[in-house]
Write a protein that binds this ligand. Structure first.
Ligand code: GLN
Length: 511
């Protein structure tokens, strides 16, 4: 294992900027790690070593020519397969898009490239980002680097696992109901969902457009903030993109990286996010973190958000409704797969055979649910009611943020579960997002960062920090402060405990 892969993105970028390491060496070291461990993990759906190395050579050439490059120039980047790029195919984890090659780059990827980041591969995900375990991928599940018999979370399990296993220092994800934050929690990494509209969704294969956000994944808060700065900003190609001067998230993370910055911070703990089913080891780490930030001068305020209880129910009407409409374009004509029935048939027969063969069971389930919820006679009862609940949840947040600066909760109620355990019951996957979904329904920024491992299974536990809209910098500042406390407690950054560094990602001893 090359020591280049064990650096943070900020450290690696520093070495590249100083001329100690080339972008080509950095790319090669990560490609080697992908070759070494991806047979076990299945975090990547596509790599193109030649394209990545060519991009790296170009960065090195630009530097040699005296160009001033961005803060992350030369750093490898893994890209969730929900984003289209010109260098590799995009499948969104679905058979229906197998082999699909986009003629353009998603804006987040284009911005990353312009800043000198080197795309290193496309990462595995639940089909069309529907799932909480990356087990709904048509290309097989991804394993959790902490214990390869466990799931990495989802839908962005590939990006999270790639970062956790040192296959890439940074990754891009998408978060519609928790798909960046929850996998970050389950893999001991950091992931942020920006304010809705803060990062362009242009070139992101849509799941539910009123909820989807593209965001950064990294091993620590600063790296994640640095990538956020690269991808944020207005984009005329995305009608929901905010025209706002974002402050530097990296500056916020650096400014917050001192527990003293927690002094006077009012932290809300929402009763309804402390779900009955929270695993004891998760609850223990969360309580310990609250005690640590209280000792550092933060003030804990208990918050009642009565409508959060209905967030999962509202989400599973709004999301399928929007998804059923977004997925109507996979019609065998415009994109991807086409299946012609043996007996031939009408356009409808071809469409039906294609969608039957191309979509997996979870996608079909949600299309059926969505079209039902939107159908005449049921629209008001289901979709209309869910939209009303959404408004009530937004009001609960607004009331909470009159009393507190940020809200904290466990990111997920449990640590990573065993592969295969939720297959028979999708509800189990659905309720794992009860803590992350409210922020999507309200369009708010949220981050997950590791706060230790659970005593009962030794697996990572994530802390979620939610801030008001436009206050993404606030969550990075608070996140960096918490991270410092965790590092001081453990004696080293959390990610240095990752199994990949111990030279083993095999199944952990059963206890
Ligand atoms: N697990 C949630 C779902 O299945 C979240 C998905 C996401 O954020 N893309 O819908």
């Amino acid at each position: 294992m090359s020591e280049l892969i064990t650096l943070t993105a900020a450290q690696l970028a520093g070495k590249i900027a100083a001329g100690d390491v080339s972008a080509v060496e950095a790319a090669q070291a990560h490609l080697d790690q992908i070759s070494a461990v991806d047979g076990t993990l299945n975090a990547f759906l596509a790599t193109r070593a030649e394209a990545s190395l060519a991009a790296a050579r170009e960065v090195d050439a630009r530097r040699t020519a005296g160009e001033t490059l961005g803060a992350l120039a030369g750093v490898p980047l893994a890209v969730k397969d929900v984003l289209v790029t010109t260098d590799m195919p995009a499948t969104a984890g679905s058979k229906i898009l197998e082999g699909y090659q986009s003629p353009f780059d998603a804006t987040a990827v284009a911005k990353a490239r312009a800043a000198g980041l080197v795309s290193i591969g496309k990462t595995n995900m639940d089909e069309f980002a529907m799932g909480s375990a990356t087990e709904n991928s048509a290309y097989g599940p991804t394993a959790n680097p902490w214990d390869t018999t466990r799931v990495p979370g989802g839908s962005g399990g590939g990006s999270a696992a790639a970062v956790a296993a040192f296959q890439a220092p940074l990754a891009l994800g998408s978060d519609t109901g928790g798909s960046i934050r929850q996998p970050a929690a389950l893999t001991g990494t950091v992931g942020a969902k920006p304010t809705y509209g803060g990062v362009s969704r242009y070139g992101a294969i849509a799941l539910a457009s009123s909820l989807d956000q593209i965001g950064p994944c990294g091993r620590d808060v600063l790296d994640t903030a640095l990538l956020h700065d690269v991808i944020a900003g207005h984009d005329a190609h995305d009608a929901t993109s905010l025209n706002f001067e974002w402050p530097s998230m990296a500056a916020a993370a650096l400014g917050g990286a001192d527990p003293a910055s927690l002094k006077g911070l009012r932290v809300g703990v929402v009763k309804q996010l402390m779900l009955d089913g929270v695993q004891p080891g998760v609850k223990a780490r969360f309580d310990e973190t609250l005690a640590m930030i209280t000792a550092a001068g933060a003030e804990i305020v208990e918050i009642d958000a009565p409508h959060f209880e209905y967030a999962v129910a509202a989400y599973y009407l709004i999301l399928p409704a929007e998804a059923s409409s977004n997925l109507a374009k996979y019609d065998s004509v415009r994109f991807g797969m086409r299946v012609t029935p043996d007996a031939g048939g009408t356009v409808q027969d071809v469409m039906s055979a294609t969608r039957a063969a191309g979509f997996g069971p979870e996608v079909k389930r949600r299309i059926i649910l969505g079209t039902y919820a939107l159908s005449a006679g049921y629209y008001d009862a289901y979709y209309g009611s869910a939209q009303k609940v959404r408004t009530l949840i937004q009001r609960d947040f607004a009331a909470a943020f009159e009393q507190v600066d940020v809200i904290m909760s466990p990111t997920a109620p449990t640590t990573a579960w065993n592969l295969g355990t939720h297959n028979a019951d999708p509800m189990q996957d659905y309720i794992n997002d009860a803590t992350t979904i409210p922020a999507n329904l309200a369009g708010l920024p949220g981050i997950s960062l590791p706060i230790g491992t659970a005593a009962e299974d030794g697996l990572p536990v994530g802390l979620q920090i939610i801030a008001p809209a436009y206050e993404d910098a606030r969550m990075y500042r608070a996140g960096a402060a918490v991270e410092q406390l965790i590092t001081a407690r453990d004696g080293s950054p959390f990610w240095t405990q990752a199994p990949a560094l111990a030279g083993s990602m095999a199944r952990k001893a059963a206890n």
